[in-house]
Write a protein that binds this ligand. Structure first.
Ligand code: HEC
Ligand code: HEC
Ligand code: HEC
Ligand code: HEC
Ligand code: HEC
Ligand code: HEC
Length: 382
C-alpha cells in the first residue's frame, strides 16, 4: 500500500482550520490536508491500490474508503495512520490521553457500539427526534452530516446548514488576543479556548480538543450558537423563552403562567432562575473543584459567585455531541442513553479517559455512583 507524502507542520493551526486548503486558512500560508489524503483519481498509483487497507476497488466520490465514516475513521480512530504534528483527535474510543470535548462514538470496556448512547452514524434513513418541516429522513447519516470535510469558518468545521436549515447558522470561534472571530466579526465569539492572551495556548494540537479547554461565551440566538445549530436537525427542541415549542418567557418562568414545556437551552440564566426560585445560584457557585461544574454558556467568561451567575444551560450542558461513550466496565447499557453527561459522587464524568480514573458506574452499588441527577442538582439543588 502506498501513502502519498503527508505534509507536517509545526505551526499551530486555529481550531476549525484543519481540512481547509491553505488559501482559505487565516494566515493563508499553512496547508493542512492534501486532496490525495482522501481522494484517488483512478484508485491506483504505481500499480498499487490507493484505497486505505489496500483492496482493489473504487468508490463513489473518488474517496479512498468504502464509506465516508470509514474514511474519517482511518485517521480519527486510534490514529491508525500514525500521524503526528498534528495527531488526528480520536473520536471513536479515545485512547490518546485527553478528555474528548465531543465524547466518544464507542463505549469502552468492553468496546461496544451502543446505538442508544451515540449519534448513529453509518446508518441510513434516520429522522432526528424533534425534526420538523421537510427534508427527512437523512439518507446516509455520517460525519459529513455535521462537519464540512473541506473545512470552513465555523467551529470544528461545523456545517453552516445542518439538516434542513434554510439559512446559515454561525458557530464561530476566537482566533487571537485582539478578539477576532473566525467569521470576521469581533469578540465575543461563540467558542473560546481557555487562554485569552496572545495566540491561545489551547490552539495546539490535541490540547485544543480537551473538554476543559473549550468554553462557550456568546449567548445563543435564532441564527447562531450551539443550540441553534443542533436545532438544524432537532428543530423542536431548540428556541428562546416564549417560543411556542419551548414555553417560558425571555426572563424564564416568572411564576405568572409562563411555565417551560421543554428545558431552556439558550437564553435564560441562573441569575434569572434564582430570582424565579427555580435554581440555586449559591449551590452552583460553590461547586468544587470548579472543573467538575457542568458546561454552560458563560457570557461574562467569569466564574459564578453566590451573587452573580450569568451562565445559561444549553445542549452541551447535558449531552455530548458524538456520544456518551467510555463508560467503564459494569455500567448497564440500558440506562446509558441519549448521549448524556453523567457525573459520579466524586465529580468524575462518564467519558473520563482511562480505566485508572475513579469513575463509579451508574449501576454500581456505591452510594457515589454516577447519575444524571448529579448534573441537574448542580443548578437546581432540589
Ligand atoms: C489523512 C488523515 C485525516 C482524514 C482522512 C480525516 N481527518 Fe480530520 N483531522 C486530521 C487531523 C490530523 C486533524 C487535527 C488537526 C489539528 O490539530 O489542527 C483533524 C481535525 C479534524 C477536525 C477538527 C478541526 C478543528 O476544529 O480543529 C474535524 C471536525 C475533522 N478532522 C473531521 C474529519 C472528517 C469529518 C473526516 C472525514 C470526511 C476527516 N476528518 C478525515 C486528519 C484527518
Ligand atoms: C478529509 C478528507 C478530504 C479531503 C482532504 C478532501 N476531500 Fe473532497 N471530499 C471528501 C468527501 C468525504 C467527499 C464526499 C464524497 C461523497 O459524497 O461520496 C468529497 C467530495 C469532493 C467533491 C465533490 C463534491 C463537492 O464538494 O464538490 C470534490 C469536487 C472534491 N471533494 C474535491 C476535493 C479537492 C480538490 C480537495 C483538495 C483541495 C479535496 N476534495 C480534499 C473528502 C475530502
Ligand atoms: C445532521 C442532523 C443532526 C444534527 C446537526 C444533530 N443531530 Fe442529534 N440526532 C440526529 C439523528 C438522525 C438522530 C437519531 C439517530 C440517532 O440516535 O443517532 C439524533 C439523535 C440524537 C440524540 C439521541 C441519541 C440516541 O441514541 O438516543 C441526542 C441526545 C442528540 N441527537 C443530540 C444532539 C445534539 C446535542 C446536537 C448538537 C450538538 C445534535 N444532536 C445535532 C441528527 C442530528
Ligand atoms: C451530530 C453531529 C455530528 C456528527 C454526526 C459528527 N460530529 Fe464531530 N463534532 C460535532 C460537534 C458539535 C463537535 C464539537 C463538540 C464540542 O466541542 O463539545 C464535534 C467535534 C469533533 C472533533 C473535535 C474533537 C472533539 O472531541 O471535540 C472531531 C475531530 C470530529 N468532531 C470529527 C468527527 C468525525 C470523524 C465524525 C464521524 C466519525 C463526526 N465528527 C461526526 C458534531 C458531529
Ligand atoms: C446549567 C444549569 C442547569 C442544568 C444542568 C439543568 N438545569 Fe433545569 N433549568 C435551568 C434554568 C436556568 C432553568 C430556567 C428556570 C426559570 O425559568 O426560572 C431551568 C428550568 C428547568 C425546569 C422548568 C422549571 C420551571 O419552573 O418552568 C425543570 C423542570 C428543569 N429545569 C429540570 C432539570 C433537570 C431534570 C435537569 C437534569 C436533567 C436540569 N434541569 C439541568 C438550569 C439548569
Ligand atoms: C437539562 C438537560 C438537557 C438539555 C439542556 C438538553 N437536553 Fe436533550 N435530553 C436530556 C435528557 C435527560 C434526555 C432523555 C429524554 C428526556 O428526558 O426527554 C434528552 C433527550 C434528547 C434527545 C433524544 C430524544 C429521543 O426521542 O430519543 C435529543 C435528540 C436531544 N435530547 C437533543 C437536545 C438538543 C438538540 C438540545 C439543545 C437544543 C438538548 N437536547 C438540550 C437532557 C437535556
Amino acid at each position: 500500500m502506498l501513502f502519498v507524502a503527508m505534509m507536517f507542520y509545526g505551526t499551530p493551526l486555529y481550531s476549525g482550520e484543519y481540512h481547509a486548503v491553505k488559501e482559505k486558512t487565516y494566515s493563508g500560508t499553512t496547508e493542512t490536508l492534501v486532496c490525495s489524503q482522501c481522494h484517488t483519481m483512478h484508485g491506483s498509483q504505481g500499480g498499487s491500490s490507493m484505497i486505505y487497507g489496500g483492496v482493489d476497488a473504487q468508490y463513489k466520490g473518488l474517496i479512498r474508503a468504502a464509506t465516508i465514516v470509514q474514511l474519517c475513521k482511518t485517521c480519527h480512530e486510534n490514529n491508525s495512520l500514525g500521524m503526528s504534528n498534528p495527531t488526528p483527535p480520536d473520536v471513536w474510543n479515545n485512547t490518546l490521553g485527553y478528555l474528548a470535548s465531543a465524547g466518544d462514538f464507542n463505549d469502552r470496556n468492553p468496546s461496544t457500539q451502543n446505538e442508544a448512547n451515540r449519534h448513529s452514524i453509518d446508518n441510513t434513513n434516520l429522522t432526528p427526534p424533534g425534526a420538523s418541516g421537510s427534508g427527512w429522513p437523512i439518507a446516509y447519516f455520517s460525519c459529513e452530516s455535521c462537519h464540512n470535510q473541506h473545512g470552513n469558518k465555523n467551529y470544528r468545521n461545523l456545517h453552516v446548514r445542518p439538516g434542513n436549515s434554510s439559512s446559515d447558522i454561525t458557530v464561530n470561534y476566537r482566533l487571537n488576543s485582539t478578539g477576532n472571530c473566525s467569521d470576521g466579526t469581533v469578540s465575543p465569539c461563540d467558542v473560546n479556548l481557555v487562554t485569552t492572551s496572545g495566540l491561545p495556548a489551547g490552539q495546539t494540537n490535541l490540547y485544543k480538543f480537551n473538554r476543559t479547554n473549550v468554553t462557550f461565551i456568546k449567548a445563543g440566538s435564532s441564527s447562531r450558537g450551539v443550540a441553534r445549530w443542533c436545532g438544524g436537525c432537532h428543530n423542536d427542541f431548540q428556541g428562546g423563552g416564549a417560543d411556542t415549542n419551548m414555553g417560558g418567557s425571555t426572563s424564564g418562568d416568572v411564576n405568572t403562567g409562563t411555565p417551560w414545556i421543554r428545558h431552556p437551552v439558550r437564553d435564560v440564566s441562573i441569575n434569572e432562575a434564582n430570582t424565579n426560585g427555580h435554581a440555586d445560584r449559591s449551590n452552583w457557585a460553590g461547586i468544587t473543584p470548579t472543573s467538575s461544574r457542568v458546561r454552560a454558556v458563560n457570557p461574562d467568561d467569569t466564574d459564578p459567585t453566590s451573587g452573580n451567575a450569568d451562565e445559561e444551560p444549553f445542549c452541551l450542558s447535558c449531552h455530548y455531541a458524538h456520544g456518551g461513550g467510555n463508560k467503564l466496565a459494569g455500567a448497564d447499557p440500558t440506562i446509558n442513553h441519549s448521549n448524556l453527561v453523567m457525573i459520579d459522587g466524586n465529580g468524575v464524568l462518564n467519558i473520563e479517559a482511562s480505566p485508572s480514573d475513579t469513575f463509579i458506574p451508574l449501576d454500581s452499588a456505591s452510594a457515589s455512583r454516577a447519575r444524571v441527577r448529579n448534573l441537574c442538582q448542580q443548578c437546581h439543588n432540589q
